[in-house]
Design a binder for this molecule. Structure first.
Ligand SMILES: [Zn+2]
Length: 486
């Protein structure tokens, strides 16, 4: 960790442990009797690691499974979650980390029902749930209102203005229950994801996730249920936000990325930079740039370092960003990208390849720092946020996997300098497993059926113990993994 003042003072690690993203390396916070349930002690060790990497904040989504009317009756499942998260907040504070939670306020329950703020009963439910969880988690340092994804509404006249009004009212509740909290207004994509015209206009929509998804899929041509806003709509939404921003609590920051999409690439709501500069004149801004470190779907050891560093430099060039968020759905596997993301927040000018070698030297010893170059060959899965610096030929990638295997088989982690969670040895074993699978798939005549079964067993078998998520993406992930290099 070098010199001087960090470029991004606030460096948040966002662990998304929602029910559609469970896997062997994620925190299972929903099903205590199923595998990979994390206790407060797991978080303590995870926080030691985050701290050593250079993060300043742990971030989580309150998740729809907990944002459920049954929580108001304080059922065991909900009070257990609240209890663990209170211990988590204390453990983070003991280690000098802040805790932030975000929530899309109108996505209710594990069926993902989109409540309508223009329906009085639904609005009352939203307000009650928001108050309940802000009271339960009153130790949190930052509370973010997030537009949705899932979430949002276009029934009963709801649009981007409804979201702004709702966010204002919910922040009042937050400050009643947790007066010391900072609040954050999320803009996410287009903006504001899922509100008004951004959401697919589903005839006769009943607010259910299923009907919305089916409707969008069956539309002609099929479309995504969100991300339908265009730059003109983003302008209307942001103009409205600029008008109303002075009404927000004094300590409200704004989460906004450079390009109004999940990749911040200006493909949906257009170029966000003029708005970023405008917001920064009166509020602290944090980038909320989801896919730079990792995408959703196929879990594997990502290597996205050049993009992580260049994105932070682009943000610095645009406006005085206060914070940067780095997302993961595999906090027990994604050590390389997490380390790089924290380091990029501190100093975006560092050479990503040097950071990669440094990380490997610190974990596996100086004699294995070449792994820092070789791990780039893991970045070959064409999924969310896949913008690789180079395209590996199958043969070249195969050679890299063979060398990774040689290094990892001979390396020890006895002298690891970083408090990796769950352990440096487990990290080595997991990397080795992936390297062997990648080598198999890039070699002659892979048995893809067997690889799919092994991937499921090693990565996703939690879904043999818990209900499949409503979006069923685990199956798609296993298919996609098994067809690499096909
Ligand atoms: Zn509505």
């Amino acid at each position: 960790m070098s010199d001087s003042t960090p470029c991004f003072k606030h460096r948040s690690c966002y662990v998304n442990f929602a029910s559609h993203l469970l896997n062997s390396w994620n925190a299972n916070m929903i099903f205590p009797d199923a595998p990979h349930a994390w206790s407060a002690a797991d978080f303590e060790r995870f926080f030691d690691m985050l701290r050593s990497f250079g993060f300043t904040c742990f971030e989580f989504w309150l998740i729809p499974a907990m944002y459920d009317p049954k929580a108001l009756e304080c059922g065991e499942k909900y009070s257990r979650f609240a209890g663990i998260m209170r211990s988590v907040i204390s453990a983070a504070h003991e280690r000098g980390l802040m805790v932030k939670f975000i929530n899309g306020p109108n996505c209710i329950g594990r069926e993902w029902r989109f409540a309508c703020p223009n329906d009085p009963d639904d609005l009352e439910l939203i307000r009650k749930l928001w108050r309940h969880w802000n009271r339960e988690l009153a130790g949190a340092d930052i509370v973010g209102v997030f537009p949705g994804d899932p979430g949002g509404c276009n029934r009963n006249g709801c649009d981007h203005r409804t979201y702004i009004e709702l966010a204002l009212r919910l922040m009042e509740i937050t400050l009643q229950e947790n007066p010391a909290a900072e609040t954050e207004l999320g803009t996410w994509g287009t903006p504001f994801s899922g509100w008004g015209e951004d959401l697919y206009n589903c005839p006769g929509w009943d607010g259910s996730w299923k009907m919305m998804l089916d409707g969008a899929a069956k539309a002609n041509p099929p479309q995504c249920h969100i991300w339908n806003g265009k730059p003109e709509r983003a302008k209307r939404a942001m103009d409205e936000l600029m008008k109303r921003l002075p009404e927000f609590p004094e300590n409200t920051s704004v989460a906004i990325n450079l390009g109004f999409s999940g990749d911040a690439d200006a493909t949906a709501g257009g170029d966000a930079r003029e708005y970023v500069r405008e917001v920064a004149k009166s509020r602290r801004i944090n980038s909320w740039d989801y896919s730079v470190t990792e995408g959703e779907l196929v879990v594997h050891p990502h290597w996205r370092l050049p993009r992580i560093f260049s994105r932070r430099r682009e943000e610095r060039a645009c406006a005085p960003y206060h914070g940067a968020m780095s997302y993961t759905m595999s906090p027990r596997l994604s050590h390389m990208c997490m380390y790089a993301a924290a380091q990029a927040g501190i100093n975006p000018d560092r050479d990503p390849d040097q950071v990669s070698r440094e990380f490997c030297a610190r974990v596996f010893g100086k004699e294995h720092e070449a792994l820092g170059d070789l791990f780039e060959a893991f970045e070959v899965v064409p999924a969310w946020g896949f913008y690789p610096r180079r395209r590996w030929s199958k043969e070249e990638a195969h050679r890299a996997y063979k060398r990774i295997i040689e290094h990892l088989e001979s390396a020890t982690t006895d002298a690891c300098e970083l408090p990796l969670y769950p352990s440096p040895e487990q990290y080595r074993a997991d990397l080795l497993w992936f390297a062997r699978k990648f080598a198999g798939m890039s070699g002659p005549n892979p048995d893809r059926g067997a690889i799919r079964r092994e991937y499921w067993q090693r990565c996703l078998s939690i879904y043999d113990h818990v209900p499949m998520s409503v979006d069923e993406r685990a199956n798609a992930a296993a298919d996609q993994f098994a067809n690499l290099f096909a």
